[in-house]
Every structure is written in C-alpha cells, then in structure tokens.
Design a protein around this ligand. Structure first.
Ligand SMILES: [Zn+2]
Length: 88
C-alpha cells in the first residue's frame, strides 16, 4: 500500500465501512459521506428506513419528543431543587 505511485494517505484515512463480509472479515470500502456503511452495505442513497418511521415504532420511549419531554422535566426538577437549597 505504501509503495503506491501516488499519495493515497488521505484516501485511506477516510472512514471505513466495517460491515461483516461473507468471509467473516470487515468490509474495508470507504463509507458513504454522512453514513457509516459503504454503498453496497446500506449506505447507498435512498436505503434505510425513512426518518420518524412509524412502522418501526414499538413504544415511542426514545422518540425525539419523548426525550425532549424528559429533559424538560429533569431541568424543572433541577431548578426546583436548587431553589429549595437556596431557601435553607
Ligand atoms: Zn461495505
């Protein structure tokens, strides 16, 4: 690899796919920009589930809204706790 006629270091420094191949090793292809997999292992444009896929939803515990709500409650409790500490 290092005796290549051109400087391939930047190319090799790009993120790798890492999907498990049939041989048992990891795929060493370049991952598609913004994705974790190469174009043949699910990184191709249009592949994967759509955003906010309702068909894959089971309980909604980790939806963006549920996480935001829990954060708000946590922040409110933290604020109340600080206020109570200040009253002592
Ligand atoms: Zn791959």
């Amino acid at each position: 690899m290092s005796n290549h006629i051109r400087n391939t270091a930047p190319m090799l420094a790009s993120p790798r796919c890492g999907a498990k191949t049939r041989c048992g090793g990891a795929c060493r292809s370049r991952a598609v920009h913004g994705k974790k997999r190469c174009r043949v292992h699910g990184g191709a444009q249009g592949s994967g589930a759509p955003r906010a896929n309702q068909n894959a939803r089971k309980h909604g515990l980790f939806t963006r809204d549920a996480i935001a709500e829990r954060r708000q409650v946590r922040e409110l409790l933290e604020e109340a706790r600080k206020l109570l500490e200040g009253m002592k």
